[in-house]
Write a protein that binds this ligand. Structure first.
Ligand code: CA
Length: 225
């Protein structure tokens, strides 16, 4: 997996490079928008981590140019400006996720992993966990071959858990996945979606564990169940 980091803050870029390299990802770093464009024209990346405030052309312009390309590369936008307009603008331009600065490096690493998994899932549109199958192209969910009805928010929660099966997904991450970046959801809302979702899947032997004070974990099952 190859990642391009576009960040002009050398200290932050070093931290990002270190943590991602430690998780066995190949990392290339550039510090300007122009260098980012040259890099993505020359190379294929599995993910681009893109700072908005850059010297020369800014991150928005880099994203605009990237999205004119035929190939799809997931983009995680970083922004120092804690402005809702940045998030919305990033979304409009086709960013896949958004992380406001300052952030903890493990949080960034978790987001990177989620995006990489999603990218892999897009190559294989079917997500399976035991008896549970999500066809992300047909938007169809089945449990032991029986169709189950999910609302779009239940779908989104489940897809996030399946993309990171066997790992704890924080409530904050789920909230972000559900909120489309512009509407804040309460923690209680997540619990409501989770209990509805459990009612729909646990009868089939799929287990979603609560990790108290942190989030949820979908137990990984490799057998079709
Ligand atoms: Ca910057």
């Amino acid at each position: 997996m190859k990642i391009l980091i576009v960040e002009d803050d050398a200290t932050l870029a070093d931290g990002l490079t270190r943590i991602l390299t430690e998780s066995e990802l190949r990392v290339e770093h550039v510090a300007t928008g122009e260098a980012a464009e040259a890099a993505f024209l020359r190379e294929r990346y599995d993910l681009i981590v893109l700072d908005i405030g850059l010297p020369g052309i800014d991150g928005f312009e880099v994203l605009r140019r990237l999205r004119k390309r035929p190939e799809y590369v997931p983009v995680l936008v970083l922004s120092a400006r804690d402005a809702i307009e940045d998030r919305v603008h990033g979304l409009d331009l086709g960013a896949d996720d958004y992380l406001p600065k300052p952030f903890a490096l493990p949080e960034l690493e978790a987001r990177v992993r989620a995006l990489l998994r999603r990218g892999q899932a897009n190559k294989n549109p079917q997500l399976r966990n035991g008896p549970l199958l999500l066809d992300t192209v047909a938007r169809r969910a089945t449990l032991s071959g029986q169709a189950i009805d999910l609302t779009s928010r239940e779908w989104s929660v489940l897809e996030n858990l399946m993309l990171r099966a066997g790992q704890v997904v924080s409530k904050e991450n789920l909230m972000q996945a559900l909120s489309n970046w512009d509407k804040e959801l309460s923690m209680n809302a997540i619990e409501v979606y989770m209990s509805r979702l459990r009612a729909k899947v646990e009868a089939g032997g799929v287990r979603i564990r609560t990790v108290r004070g942190f989030g949820y974990l979908l137990e990984e099952q490799n057998e079709p169940g």
